[in-house]
Design a binder for this molecule. Structure first.
Ligand code: IMP
Length: 431
């Protein structure tokens, strides 16, 4: 990233900066969002779902892969269960039309209904050539959901033409979380066909964890994304200790459900962690080889664009997807409104479930570093992705970038507290 560097000893967060508008070579809708999540894995929308037990199991991973992003299956379950989740994704068809049937204007309704019943879907999107003509929804208790989902898929398909994230054999891609100490799990996941592994350690810059990761990387051949990391030194250590690291997951204590910063006083906000990691990679001449995933606190496409301008190749999100139909969180009704449960992996509830503890130190650390809460229910993850992709294209358009790589040369600038107030709606009564 040009034009901004973190002052020694000072950290900045997404709200501390704005994107400096730059001369744009293309229209926002033509901004190319394809990017890498690991050394060898490309996505057409640079979004990765968090490995959390209220965010990513097979349903989430599948819809993300079908629409051009990718999911990371959480590890708060037995090895067999996690392997089963990966297999479920890998054995599913990669097309979003499997969940929402595609039809053409002249097709008789009886034939369409038959096809929908056969595919087990509740809605069909009607196209004439590539022009969207409407949605047909079979009556049923979930028809409103299907209508929204079908419309979202149609909008996505016409607006951004998603390219599914698939492997060489045409199967949806999926990642899975592991502890660097759990070689048995990593090997089982690799055997099941997982496309990449992501280490799930709150503070990977720890000699034991790094040593374990070095050993793990010798035992499996799929890409391993190492994290979480916050500083330049941590990145330099990981790259020197672990041979051929597949990617970096950066950001410490910025997550929406995270209390690490509050409880321990330690934190490296995601934006600064990306700046630090990019600086380290640049020093090594590896910024085009090792992708950075910005993890924690990404609330919208604007935050994602800031992380990308700082040097990230993609963002990892939990909260943004937790309220969707495809997340495993429980749906609850409060005062007539629908919500889904969302909790940190170091919250009491998650820790109580076996296997969660070791991310935050297991037996050596007994405090909670996350909270349990609710997020509004918001229909299919397809809608979230549509909004995200369109927003990111607009943001990069303002930045003057037509690709993710070009965005690394765009600029961020500091904003004052007064400025932050001014760029939000003000002096009107919001209706
Ligand atoms: P969000 O997108 O702001 O909700 O942040 C999600 C990220 O928070 C995850 O990808 C993890 O890196 C991090 N995280 C998950 N669970 C916890 C926790 O219990 N404590 C601290 N951080 C967590």
């Amino acid at each position: 990233m040009a034009g901004f560097s973190s002052v020694k000893g000072e950290v900045i967060t997404f709200d501390d900066v704005v994107i400096v508008p730059g001369k744009s070579p293309v229209e926002p809708k033509d901004v190319e969002l394809s990017s890498r999540v690991t050394k060898s894995i490309w996505v057409s929308i640079p979004l990765v779902s968090s490995p959390m037990d209220t965010v990513t199991e097979w349903r989430m991973a599948l819809i993300l892969a079908r629409l051009g992003a990718v999911g990371v299956i959480h590890r708060n379950m037995s090895i067999e269960e996690q392997v089963g989740q990966v297999e479920r994704v890998k054995s599913s068809p990669p097309s979003p039309w499997f969940e929402v049937a595609k039809s053409t204007p002249g097709e008789p309704v009886s034939q369409l209904l038959f096809r929908m019943a056969e595919a087990g879907v509740g809605a069909a999107v009607i196209f004439e050539g590539s022009a969207y003509r409407g949605v047909y929804v079979a009556a049923g208790p979930r028809s409103e959901f299907w209508l929204r989902k079908a419309e979202a898929v149609a909008a996505l398909t016409t607006a951004i033409k998603p390219i599914p994230t698939i492997d060489e054999e045409g199967r949806p891609r999926v990642g899975a979380a592991v502890s660097p100490f759990d070689v048995e799990r990593a090997k089982a996941l690799e055997k099941a066909g997982v496309d990449f592994l992501v280490t799930d350690v709150a503070h990977l810059h720890n000699v034991n964890a790094l040593r374990a990761l070095r050993e793990l990387s010798k035992q499996v051949s799929v890409d391993i994304v190492a994290g979480n990391l916050g500083t330049k030194e941590a990145v330099l250590d990981v790259v020197s200790v672990v041979e051929d690291v597949g990617g970096l997951r950066v950001g410490i204590a910025s997550g929406s459900i995270c209390t690490t910063g509050e409880v321990t006083g330690a934190s490296m906000p995601t934006l600064t962690a990306v700046i630090n990691a990019y600086e380290a990679l640049k020093e090594l001449g590896a910024e085009n080889r090792i992708p950075i995933i910005a993890d924690g606190g990404v609330r919208n496409a604007g935050d994602a664009a800031k992380a990308i301008i700082a040097g990230a190749s993609s963002v990892m999100v939990g909260r943004m997807l937790a309220g969707t139909e495809e997340s495993p969180g429980q749906l609850v009704s409060v005062g007539g409104r629908l919500y889904k449960q969302y909790r940190g992996m170091a919250s009491r509830g998650a820790i109580e479930k076996r296997h969660a503890g070791d991310r935050y130190g297991g037996r050596s650390k007994l405090i909670e570093e996350g909270v349990e809460g609710l997020v509004p229910y918001r229909g299919s993850a397809a809608e979230v992705l549509l909004e995200f992709a369109a927003g990111l294209q607009a943001a990069l358009g303002y930045a003057g970038a037509s690709t993710i790589k070009e965005a690394w040369s765009a600029r961020l600038a500091r904003i004052t507290a007064a400025g932050l107030r001014e760029i939000k709606p003000h002096d009107v009564v919001l209706g």
